[in-house]
Design a protein around this ligand. Structure first.
Ligand code: AMP
Length: 177
């Protein structure tokens, strides 16, 4: 499969995030999955791409030209698309991917995660959207999802869209269906 991975342009404070990004890159490459991601070599994005490339995987970047200065483009990707805006980047990543994973990250990662999640909610795609809850990073978000369900802002039938993984192996299992 082609798997879009959203993750921080920062490393995070704990080593555990770098290790998870590295392991995920290796595991996806070794299980025959291609990675689509934002195309930069900074933060967890860089770790993920390096690990997958080192393991012989195919890594495709999608980078908006105006971000090229801030998020330095990775020099050794299998393919890189330069696009004119964030909107085009997000749409291109959705078109290319068969599944989506959010590793820990900041507001950019959350924005990308929720966009593909809400597109699944309204039936714009039927691809799995996986929240990788490394080290309990997304515990509060998962609790908030439960709150939205309990308070009637997310429908019970939408619960199935929330795929939570706590290991790279979980992710491989979800991708295998
Ligand atoms: P962050 O999680 O904030 O470190 O950002 C991770 C990725 O999301 C980076 O590739 C950013 O370019 C991207 N990003 C940042 N802000 C936004 C935004 N407003 N909309 C979409 N993507 C964003």
């Amino acid at each position: 499969m082609k798997v879009a991975v959203y993750c921080g342009s920062q490393m995070g404070k704990s080593e555990v995030y770098k290790e998870a990004a590295t392991e995920l890159g290796e595991v996806l490459a070794c299980t025959g999955h291609d990675i689509i991601y934002g195309g930069s070599n900074v933060g967890l994005m860089g770790k993920l791409a390096d690990a997958a490339l080192d393991a012989g995987g195919k890594v495709i970047g999608v980078m908006p030209t105006h971000l090229q200065q801030r998020e330095i483009a990775h020099a050794n990707l299998s393919e890189i698309y330069f696009v004119e805006s964030m909107h085009v980047r997000k749409a291109k990543m959705v078109d290319l991917a068969d599944a989506f994973i959010a590793l820990p990250g900041g507001c950019g990662t959350l924005d990308e995660y929720f966009e593909v999640f809400t597109w699944a909610q309204i039936g714009l795609h039927e691809k799995p959207v996986i929240l990788y809850n490394v080290n309990g990073f997304y515990d509060a978000l998962i609790l908030h999802f439960e709150k939205m369900l309990a308070e009637g802002f997310v429908r019970e039938e939408q619960r199935v869209l929330l795929h939570i993984a706590t290991s790279a192996q979980d992710i491989v299992n979800i991708l295998a269906g």
